[in-house]
Every structure is written in structure tokens, then in C-alpha cells.
Design a protein around this ligand. Structure first.
Ligand code: ZN
Length: 174
């Protein structure tokens, strides 16, 4: 496995609409290796999720998963996701992004969602997610449409550098 270079805000690949993958392409060694490399890259950067465009691959694929102070989410590989909101409750919370290093900001997201997608074997999956995992899935799905979390902010007064986030706003201090 290897660690991939992460595209930062300003790179055009982050603003493209990524293309879907079909089952044949998902099964190729190239895509299977890419998935493994994306997990390794995400862990190396201490990220919670990583989408194809963030590693210069304009394809509708992301990996996610974490178990730390920010929250808990089982590792998932999500391909060609279709996300729909369940109910109408929206919740605001902190987000960060490996493509926008060392910045945090508060973003409103649907509290509960349903997601339909393919897994790394090309098998259809359907699940619901609530709270933190739902937020991660919405953030990563946005990357596939060229959307960054700044675009979802309704006000910028919460924008915070990571050091100040840790000092004043981290959940660890609550
Ligand atoms: Zn991101």
C-alpha cells in the first residue's frame, strides 16, 4: 500500500463532478488498490473520510471510518452514493477536511439520512445513518459533486484554526 497525495482547496479536481464506477471497473486491481491506499492515506492524515477527488481521482468513491474523540464510525467503502434526508431535522456541528488543512467550521447537515450505494465488491447496499456518521457521509458525498464544506456554511463566524479549536472548542474540554 502507499500514501497518496491529497489535493488541497484550489485544485480544480475538487470542483469537478466525479464520474460513477460500474461493477467491472470496481473489480479491477487498480480500484481495489486505490481503496486500500485511500484507507492508508486517511489513517496517516488522521482523517475521518476521504473521497476520490481528494486523491486526484474524479470517481464517485469514498472511504470513511474513525474511532477517536471526534466520534465513532465503522469503516465503510461507498461507491456511487445516493443520499436522501429522513425527516427534516438539521443539526449544526464542527467539520474539518483534509483538503482544507487545519481549519474547522460549523456546518448544518441533515441529522438522519438513507444512503444507497455499492460496496467495494460492487454489491448494492442500503442503510440509514444518524448524527456523526450521517454528517461524514454527507460531507464525503459532497466531494463527489465538487462541493466543499465552506460552501455549506451559512455564516463564517465559526471558522477556526485547529490550534484555537483545540484550545477553545474541542469536545475534549466539555
Ligand atoms: Zn473533505
Amino acid at each position: 500500500m502507499s500514501i497518496l497525495k491529497v489535493a488541497r482547496m484550489g485544485h480544480p479536481v475538487l470542483r469537478e463532478r466525479a464520474r460513477p464506477l460500474d461493477g467491472t471497473e470496481i473489480a479491477t486491481p487498480r480500484i481495489q488498490r486505490l481503496i486500500d491506499d485511500m484507507f492508508e492515506t486517511m489513517h496517516d492524515s488522521q482523517g475521518i473520510g476521504l473521497a476520490g477527488p481528494q486523491v486526484h481521482e474524479s470517481i464517485r468513491l469514498f472511504v470513511a471510518g474513525v474511532d477517536d474523540d471526534d466520534g465513532t464510525m465503522a469503516p465503510v467503502v461507498i461507491i456511487n452514493p445516493e443520499v436522501s434526508q429522513i425527516g427534516s431535522v438539521v443539526e449544526e456541528d464542527w467539520e474539518g477536511c483534509l483538503s482544507i488543512p487545519d481549519i474547522r467550521g460549523r456546518v448544518s447537515r441533515a441529522l438522519e439520512i438513507r444512503i444507497r450505494a455499492l460496496d467495494r465488491h460492487g454489491k448494492p447496499i442500503s442503510m440509514t445513518a444518524n448524527g456523526f456518521p450521517a454528517r461524514v457521509i454527507q460531507h464525503e458525498t459532497d466531494h463527489l459533486d465538487g462541493v466543499l464544506f465552506f460552501d455549506r456554511m451559512t455564516a463564517f463566524d465559526s471558522l477556526t484554526f485547529l490550534d484555537e479549536y483545540s484550545r477553545f472548542w474541542s469536545k475534549n474540554d466539555e
